[in-house]
Write a protein that binds this ligand. Structure first.
Ligand code: COD
Length: 161
């Protein structure tokens, strides 16, 4: 039986931290779905379709191999997407105690709702401080985001209005 996992996130934009988690998850599971989910708690910078395109470009640029689907989901519960595609696992990155506190109740509810387990991956220490909000802030103030994001994202942000 093939193991299908979902890596969800806002990915606004995708960072080197996200890409590290995606690459390692692709090495663990037979099929990976990277899913851009609208997070109503956050004010978005990039349109969802653009985030999907940048994730695809970044995965190609990093030469991450495997069965990887990149898509978006806005139809309700994330576990419904998991059920639709036959995924039994969600993969999340844990950078700090703040992430643990945020992710723990969601992991328990997702298991209760649909039997979907959550696997937590620890970050590469080199990227542990990187977040999309940090990238958005640096970009908005005219700073160099190249150390934190894939080249496709740096290029996009440099040429965005
Ligand atoms: N290193 C490692 N991991 C990282 C890094 C980094 N530098 N940066 C981010 N991550 C991880 C995050 O911890 C997270 O696991 C993932 O990457 C995505 O991060 P973001 O910031 O792009 O996305 P979030 O946190 O805004 O996304 C939250 C979701 C939309 C995925 C979340 O809210 C969710 O699962 N929603 C489900 C909605 C639902 O069905 N709710 C009902 C049941 S709980």
């Amino acid at each position: 039986m093939s193991r299908i996992a979902v890596v969800p996130g806002s990915f606004d934009p995708v960072t080197l931290g996200h890409l590290d988690v995606i690459g390692r998850a692709a090495g663990i599971f037979d099929e990976l779905h990277v899913v851009v989910v609208h997070n109503p708690a956050k004010t978005a910078l990039l349109p969802i379709a653009q985030r999907v395109d940048l994730i695809r470009d970044s995965i190609a640029e990093a030469k991450i191999e495997g069965e990887i689907v990149v898509t978006s989901w806005s139809m309700g519960l994330l576990v419904d997407y998991c059920t639709d595609v036959g995924a039994s696992v969600l993969v999340k990155g844990i950078r700090s105690q703040v992430d643990v506190a945020y992710e723990t109740p969601m992991a328990i509810v997702n298991r209760n709702l649909a039997g979907v387990e959550t696997v937590f991956l620890l970050p590469n220490p080199a990227n542990a401080h990187v977040s999309s909000s940090l990238v958005r802030q640096v970009a908005s103030l005219g700073g160099d985001v190249a150390p934190y994001v894939p080249r496709a994202v740096a290029d996009y942000l440099q040429h965005a209005d």
